[in-house]
Design a protein. Sequence first.
Length: 193
Amino acid sequence: MPSTHIQLASQYQRVVCLDISQLALDIAQSKLGDSGEVLLQSIVDCDLPDGAADSVFSAHVVYHIDRDFLEKAIRQMLRLTKSGGRVVVIYANPRSVFTLPGELIRRIKGNKPQSTPQLYYHAHPLGWWNRFKDTASISLLPWEAIGSRMATSALKTPSLARGFFKAAESFERIAPGLAARLWHYPVIVLDKR
């Protein structure tokens, strides 16, 4: 739970953290203290009442949910959100200009056995989100141009990294919609009707 998430949580009277990992909930509780409530449940099938939340925030989570349950998870987030509320999802863009080179390299190298199991990952193309237009208006915002793995391997020096991120920031100001579609991590905003 990075400091930006704690700052976001501090803007609300009541914060509920929902996760299937007790360890993740323990970390959240230690960082939020008495201002946070934790629930050991899955967003795919939680028992919170309809409209229980003013907003829902999910950062780098939903692309780790099985692809067969992903729509159900998003529909749950919308169900939990009051009319006029907002669901904000930091998502992965499988067609990002920065995702494709790494994917190509992994395919060329082949799947090698790893000492630790890989975390499940599936990100739908950004057009997939249009299925929620029946319930919410949808907008895309740029978040992170490049993932940490690609940044580490491609931006070897601090000056190269500074130059890249300065150029990315300028591009976001000029063309935020295009940046959201090109960047590795866009923000999906669903404003519930």
